[in-house]
Design a protein around this ligand. Sequence first.
Ligand code: GLU
Length: 306
Amino acid sequence: MDEVSIADVLAEVAVLVKPHFGKGQPADYIPQLARVPRSKFGMAVRTVSGQEAVIGDADEGFSVQSITKVFSLGLALNRFGDEVWTRVGKEPSGTPFNHLSQLEAEEGVPRNPFINAGAMAISDLLLDSVRDPAALVRGFASFLADEQVEIDETVAASELATAHQNRAIAHLMRGKGTISHDPEAVVAAYCRQCALTMSCRQLARAMLPLAAGGFSPLVQETIFPERLTRRLNALLLTCGIYDSVGSFAYRVGLPAKSGVGGGIVAVVPGKATIAVWSPELDRFGTSVVGTVALERFSQLTNCSVL
Ligand code: GLU
């Protein structure tokens, strides 16, 4: 990847993705997300050595949604260590991100921290130590991006107003004893966290510690211990793209996390982070154009870890 010009690769990728617009649907179950123009496309790459390249709408903020689960999990693991794994598992779910019956069959213990149930279990854990976990996540993301990022309260309210499935998940977990706080407070914290607005450039910068053994070359601080960084990447590779994680690994070959705002971040361990945004989603909730962009980038730079 070092030998090629990343800017040239991004320019090529932007051409290659063109035929793939119009194949997906934006996340209209969160009304505010359905208003984002479908033609948006941005991509940013940041290397551990400090190179940065962007293309398209890479500096426009969008709703990063489930990508925030990487920040909240990292915070929880730093604060609570292995106690996290007494609340959630580490296995791919093979079911949609907001699935209920698997959670019920498995006694309210979420398969992993990236499905909604798992992320809400993490919000519940964070509520043990802070009053406002969404503000904590926002602060952490701002620190990592080295720039202030904000929660879009309109998106948060839009999601909270229609969060029927997430409420069912939280109440089921409260009934089974997985979470200990008021389910309504947990859902509210979770929805506000998901409503964080970031750009591709900010996301690529904020995820950099995952590519650099836990150290942020941007803010010059160790964010995660090296062993934890490897584990976070392992979870991204096996659980980051929900029930299409296998085909994503097959096509892209990188640890990654998707969000229903149409963003995807991917990690090239030891080398770089890549963030891409395009709002049209496949039926699993992952950006169609974003996946193609990462697939082409990985092929052109030969950066797959597999
Ligand atoms: N806030 C979204 C939800 O709960 C997150 C899903 C996602 O981004 O994958 O439905």
